[in-house]
Design a protein around this ligand. Structure first.
Ligand code: MG
Length: 378
C-alpha cells in the first residue's frame, strides 16, 4: 500500500508577526517544519512526503528536499484548496493520502497512524478532538444560539483519505467552480462531495502555530553556565558586590573594582554561551580595565549574548564578613536592572565558610568568593 503525506507549507504566517514564513522559525532545536517532518518521516508506513511551497520559499524548500529521498515539493496556490489540489495531482498513484498543516509540529505517530487506519478501513480519517468550550453562534457581537456541545469536534490535521475518493471530490469541486474559500479543510471538500468523513484520534497538544505565544511553546535550546571568582581583602579599597558599595574596613584587591559577584555572573553567562571568559575579554594587563566598574563590564557581556534570553541566575557569596543579608536586595535590583531581567529571575544567597578555606578570615588574609549558575534559552 502506497501512503503519501502532503504537508502544507505555502502559508505566509503573517499572524505570528515574524515577517517570514513561520514554518521556518527556529527556536534552537530545528524549525517548525523540521519538527513536523521528523514525525512524518519516522512513520515507516508513510512512503513519501510532498511539501507545498510558495515561490518566496522555493530555495529553502529545495534544500529540505535534498535531505531525504522521500521528500519532494509541489508549488502551492493562492488558497489552501489550490495548494492541496496541486499536491494531489503530484501524488497520483498512491492509495492513501494524508494532508497536514506544516504549522502543526506537535503531531504524533499515534495521531498519524489513527488517521491512516481509519482511511484504510472507512475511506477517511479526520484527526479531531471534542470541543471543551461552549460554542456560540453570533451575529454582530450578539449571541444567536448555543449548539449542543456533545456533538461538536475541532477538526485538526492530518486528515487522511483514500486517494481516489479525495481526488474525485477535489476534481468535482474544481469543475463546479466552487469558491475555494468555502473549504477551510479537506474534510469539508469531502462533505460537499457527499461522502461524510469519519473522525480519528486528535490531541489537544496538536495545536496549529498561529500567534507569537504559540511560538513560545516550541521546544527550545537551554544552556547552563557556571562562574566562580575569588578576590583577596585589601586596605584602602571599596568593597563592591553586585554593583553595590558595602561599608567594611576592607575592600577587595583587583585590577578592576574587584566586584567578585559580578565577575562570577559574567563568567557564568560567557560559559553558557561558549564565549571566552572575562580574563580573556577584559585582561588585567589592559590599562583600559584598571579600576573598571564591573557593572559596565557586565553590560558589555550582555551585548555579546543577544541570541539568548536569561531564564534565571542563582548566586552564592562566600564571606566570613561583613554580614551581607541587609545588602542582598539592593544587589538583586542593581543586577536585574543591568541585565534587563526581572528581580525574581536573580537570586543571591550568602554564606560564611565556618572559618574554613580560602575565605576563612575576615581580615586582610582572607577574601570573598562568589559562585553563579545561569540558565539561558536560545
Ligand atoms: Mg575577578
Amino acid at each position: 500500500m502506497k501512503i503519501t503525506a502532503i504537508i502544507l507549507c505555502a502559508g505566509s504566517g503573517s499572524r505570528t508577526g515574524l515577517g517570514y514564513n513561520k514554518l521556518f522559525y527556529n527556536n534552537g532545536l530545528g524549525t517548525v517544519l523540521d519538527l513536523t517532518l521528523t514525525t512524518f518521516l519516522s512513520c515507516e508506513r508513510v512512503g513519501s512526503v510532498i511539501l507545498t511551497y510558495s515561490k518566496k520559499d522555493k530555495s529553502q524548500v529545495a534544500e529540505i528536499t535534498k535531505t531525504s529521498d522521500k521528500i519532494t515539493a509541489a508549488l502551492g496556490g493562492a488558497t489552501r484548496f489550490e495548494s492541496v489540489n496541486n499536491a494531489l495531482k503530484a501524488s497520483k498513484g498512491c492509495d492513501i493520502v494524508l494532508i497536514h498543516d506544516g504549522a502543526r509540529p506537535f503531531v504524533t505517530r499515534e495521531i498519524i497512524d489513527s488517521a491512516i487506519d481509519s482511511a484504510i478501513q472507512y475511506g477517511s480519517g479526520i484527526s479531531a478532538i471534542p470541543v471543551v468550550d461552549t460554542i456560540k453562534v453570533t451575529q454582530n457581537g450578539i449571541i444567536k444560539s448555543t449548539p449542543d456541545r456533545s456533538n461538536l469536534y475541532s477538526a485538526q490535521t492530518p486528515q487522511a483519505f483514500r486517494y481516489d475518493l479525495i481526488s474525485q471530490a477535489y476534481n468535482k469541486a474544481t469543475d463546479n467552480r466552487q469558491p475555494s474559500t468555502n473549504f477551510t479543510d479537506d474534510a469539508s471538500v469531502l462533505e460537499w462531495y457527499g461522502t461524510p468523513p469519519r473522525l480519528s484520534l486528535g490531541s489537544p497538544d496538536n495545536i496549529k502555530i498561529t500567534s507569537p505565544t504559540d511560538l513560545a511553546k516550541l521546544p527550545s535550546n537551554c544552556k547552563i553556565g557556571l562562574g566562580y571568582d575569588v578576590h583577596r581583602f585589601a586596605k584602602d579599597r571599596k568593597l563592591i558586590l553586585g554593583g553595590v558599595q558595602i561599608p567594611h574596613p576592607f575592600g577587595l584587591l583587583g585590577h578592576s573594582d574587584a566586584d567578585v559577584l559580578t565577575h562570577a555572573i559574567m563568567d557564568a553567562l560567557l560559559s553558557a554561551t561558549g564565549l571566552p571568559d572575562i580574563g580573556v575579554l577584559f585582561p588585567d594587563t589592559d590599562n583600559a580595565y584598571k579600576g573598571a566598574d564591573s557593572i559596565e563590564l557586565l553590560k558589555k557581556v550582555t551585548q555579546k549574548v543577544t541570541d539568548f534570553t536569561i531564564v534565571n541566575i542563582s548566586c552564592v557569596i562566600m564571606a566570613q564578613a561583613p554580614k551581607l543579608s541587609p545588602h542582598i536586595q539592593k544587589m538583586r535590583i542593581k543586577l536585574a536592572d543591568t541585565l534587563n531581567i526581572k528581580i525574581d529571575q536573580i537570586n543571591i544567597s550568602a554564606t560564611t565558610t565556618e572559618g574554613l578555606g580560602i575565605t576563612a578570615t575576615a581580615d586582610q588574609n582572607g577574601g570573598i568568593a562568589a559562585s553563579c549558575n545561569v540558565l539561558i534559552r536560545e
